[in-house]
Write a protein of this length. Structure first.
Length: 337
């Protein structure tokens, strides 16, 4: 079965073709980073308009890579939510139009489910069940995953997501948008032990997170000390070390609480090298395994949407006639196919 996946939830336009027997055959992605950099963040109206401009050319590119035509497509998938309403509507409209024109079923996919299942595109791939850490600019959650559509929320952030805290701290350090990757790069030259930033909620008995106070601590540190290149690098390294320690600690606690020995990490912050190193080391120490998607699949992309749709359709082969979008959508509530 050949699935065409469309991702337009925020500021990246992604299209991919996934074959159930051969894997990802073609993928194309456009990032809107340069478009939004002037504003220091995503402008929803500009994002929607850019998706309109990019989506059809990217679909043609992915089809060309795969050596396929639209007539070869068996299933069409799009990101139904969560995300920016206007951006989601672009993908939903194109998917619905293709479905009607080609007479093919169309499936709406939860954006976070796409991220959660994306490590299954890697080699080796994790087996169910596992604990999943979904960590991105908008979400920081721990989920118990028993199978496709069988997700239970274990804990989540009570304020800023980890990626959001990275971006905001990068901004106060004067780093360009998007701040998270820039902060991580700067941290390589810094001393992670220079500033003893707090580890919020690391000792709490639950599996929730909080990063707002850590961000505030970094702000006070920058205001207190003369701003120079060394300070900025040390703040970045110390901040990153605090975030990584909290995430790793909660992941280990989640494994212990569920009795599972497999951890899956997905989302944009999952590409962070320090986080990967820490989780690989800590899971090995307790006899568990950790799985990451390929770096290119950590950010938003069409391949994860096509793959998630193929897995869902395999278990429940039916499309949807409801092409609405869901800007707010709880992952734990989506249910099995």
């Amino acid at each position: 079965m050949l699935t065409l996946g469309i991702e337009t939830s925020c500021d990246e336009t992604g299209v991919a073709l996934y074959d159930s027997g051969l894997g990802v055959l073609g993928e194309a992605l456009h990032s809107q980073v340069d478009l939004h950099a002037l504003y220091g963040g995503v402008v929803p109206e500009l994002a929607s308009r850019d998706h309109i401009r990019r989506l059809v050319p990217l679909a043609r590119e992915a089809l060309a890579q795969a050596g396929r035509t639209l007539a070869d497509v068996d299933l069409i998938a799009y990101t139904q939510g969560p995300g920016l309403a206007g951006a989601l509507l672009v993908g939903a409209s194109v998917a619905a139009g293709l479905g009607i024109a080609l007479g093919r079923p169309v499936v709406g996919i939860h954006h976070l489910e796409g991220h959660l299942l994306s490590p299954l595109l890697a080699d080796p791939r994790p087996a169910f069940p596992f604990v999943a850490l979904l960590v991105s600019g908008g979400h920081t959650q721990l989920m118990a995953v028993e199978g496709v559509g069988r997700y239970a929320l274990l804990g989540e952030t009570v304020d800023d997501a980890a990626g959001e805290a990275f971006d905001k701290t990068a901004s106060l350090l004067g780093l360009a948008y998007p701040g998270g990757p820039a902060l991580s790069k700067l941290a390589r030259d810094g001393d992670p032990k220079r500033f003893a930033f707090p580890r919020p909620m690391i000792a709490s008995p639950d599996l929730d997170f909080s990063f707002s106070g850590l961000k505030t601590a970094a702000l006070h540190c920058v205001r207190k000390h003369p701003p120079d290149d060394r300070l900025r690098a040390d703040v970045a390294a110390s901040f990153q070390a605090a975030v990584v320690e909290v995430l790793a600690s909660k992941c280990l606690r989640a494994l212990e609480a569920t009795g599972m020995d497999r951890l899956v990490v997905a989302g944009g912050v999952g590409a962070n090298a320090a986080l990967r190193e820490s989780l690989a080391r800590e899971t090995a120490r307790v006899g568990a395994s950790v799985f990451f998607p390929p770096a290119r699949l950590c950010t938003d992309n069409g391949a994860m949407i096509a793959f998630a749709a193929a897995m869902r359709f395999r278990e429940a082969p039916a499309g949807s006639e409801d092409f609405t979008v869901r800007p707010r959508w709880d992952l734990a509530a989506i249910g099995s196919p």
